[in-house]
Ligand binder design. Structure first.
Ligand code: 4AD
Ligand code: MG
Length: 464
């Protein structure tokens, strides 16, 4: 029987000597010095690779001398103290089995590759230092999300992916259909006859689980969703993807301030967890991607986030003397450049901007008494801009009905069930959505959203 496999992270941690150790992984580098071949073996369980030392006495040694980078190996041997710098142990091989030889055209050679090149190799890039680290951190953060909410007795809800309602009312949805798009059935007036479609009505991929989440909060009190969301917005920026993951807590008996409070402890918890559990990976990002990263994360965890109103934010921007590409004007959306200026230059820390002008926010946000603003909040963080968007929800049936009546883009019939939640035992509630990829960018210092999601989907790109 074959010796069971030890993960490389555990092998690196072991106190040498240990005989009869088997590891399996991919050769990151192969160095041949005639009498001995050095192989850096990595199985993704840790940032560091294990140095395998294969001596000339080994069976198949000549073949090992020509081993190609990227090959998959199973190696048995003795873990011994390493004389080499930067590692405490190495594996003195007694047997090396080439499980899957890499063709010499393997695109990931030892030299450093640009991220753009690696995006074209999204199926292989996970075998590089940077991407291994990104996806380990991403996984730790995802598990921390569930832990955070489980500790607070939030119920995890799987909201639907296919939907008939536009949760944001922004009309940026991908159509889901089984009709022949080349020749759809048509009504006498020429319009597409969705009665003949799979759901007998137009359907889409969801932009947010919020509306369904609200229904569940008005019964289970504290819930959250964590799932994929889809937006057909044609914004080719480093912070937008057509498919991204969002975490959306929704809480009954909460107002806007409670919502901000939760968002603040949530973000701090996630950063703290990454600092505690991903030290090796973060040290790499700190050294190669973003020099101030770890110090900044530590600082954010202990700093108090600032809270200012949208009206104050507009005033601060106007008084800043800065020239922006887009004008700053009360009633207009804050652009990414404005958001970053507030959190990076004016206030220098994570900042909640609250109570936005009604006309720039979604229909479900609670109307404030001033008649001009809604109980919305965005959390802006340095280097990213908007990390979270949320609000207290309009729980008053009459107010919500008048909002529907006034907006020609919203069809009240489509939202009848949503209005029902206000008709039958409505209660104050609030929630937010945190863009998971933006969080991963924030924690790793990676600058492009395409480099923190395994297989990115962006306008004109859906390879892999
Ligand atoms: O601000 P948004 O649009 O809010 C909502 O969808 C609400 N329904 C959330 C809620 O209250 N339950 O999106 C929330 C967050 C943003 O702050 C941003 O971090 C992220 O989702 N986001 C995107 N991330 C990547 N690519 C995109 N195209 C994104 N659009 C939004
Ligand atoms: Mg938003």
């Amino acid at each position: 029987m074959q010796t069971p496999r030890t993960k490389i992270v555990d092998a690196l941690d072991a106190a040498p000597p240990v005989v009869g150790v088997r590891v399996k992984g991919w050769a990151r580098t192969v160095r041949d010095s005639k009498k001995v071949v050095f192989i850096a073996l990595n199985d993704g369980s840790s940032f560091a690779s294990l140095q395998v030392v294969a001596g000339a006495e080994l069976e198949g040694f000549e073949e090992l001398r020509h081993l190609t980078t990227g090959s998959a190996l199973s190696v048995e041997g003795e873990l011994v103290a390493s004389p080499a710098k930067g590692q405490t142990v190495e594996l003195k091989a007694t047997k090396v089995e080439i499980v899957g030889k890499a063709d010499p055209s393997y695109p990931l050679q030892k030299k450093r590759h640009g991220f753009e090149f690696l995006r074209e190799q999204a199926h292989l890039r996970v075998r590089t230092n940077t991407f291994g680290a990104v996806f380990r951190v991403r996984s730790v953060l995802a598990q921390a999300v569930h832990q955070f909410f489980a500790d607070r007795r939030f119920v995890y809800v799987h909201t639907p992916i296919i939907t008939s309602s536009d949760a944001e009312g922004a009309g940026e949805m991908f159509r889901v259909t089984t009709l022949d798009v080349g020749a759809p059935p048509r009504r006498p007036d020429g319009s597409v006859d969705s009665d003949q479609d799979f759901f007998a009505q137009p359907t889409y991929l969801t932009v947010s689980g919020q509306l369904n989440g609200e229904a569940f909060a008005l019964g289970l009190s504290d819930i959250y969703t964590f799932g994929p969301t889809f937006r057909a917005e044609n914004s080719n920026t480093s912070r937008h993807a057509a498919e991204f993951w969002m975490i959306e807590p929704e809480m009954a008996w909460c107002d806007l301030q409670d919502d901000c409070d939760l968002a603040e402890v949530f973000v701090k918890y996630l950063l703290r967890t990454a600092l505690d559990k991903c030290g090796e990976d973060l040290a790499f990002f700190n050294q190669h991607i973003d020099k101030g990263l770890v110090a900044r994360l530590e600082q954010v965890v202990s700093a108090e986030f600032v809270r200012i109103s949208y009206t104050e934010a507009v005033k601060l921007l106007q008084e800043s003397g800065e020239t922006f590409e887009f004008p700053v004007e009360w009633g207009k959306n804050l652009q990414a450049e404005h958001e970053r200026h507030i959190t990076e230059k004016i206030l220098g820390r994570p900042t909640f901007v609250t109570d936005y002008a009604t006309q720039i926010k979604s229909f479900y946000m609670r109307r404030n008494d001033d008649g001009k603003t809604v109980a919305a909040m965005d959390l802006l963080v340095p280097n990213i801009g908007e990390l979270i968007g949320g609000s207290q929800r309009e729980e008053r049936l009459d107010v919500l009905e008048s909002i529907f009546a006034a907006d020609p883009h919203l069809n009240a019939d489509d939202y009848a069930w949503y209005l029902d939640t206000r008709r039958f035992g409505t209660a104050p509630h609030a929630g937010f959505g945190l863009g998971f990829e933006r969080l991963v960018m924030y924690v790793t210092g990676m600058e492009n959203i395409r480099d923190v999601i395994p297989f990115p989907r962006t306008p004109r790109h859906c390879k892999f």
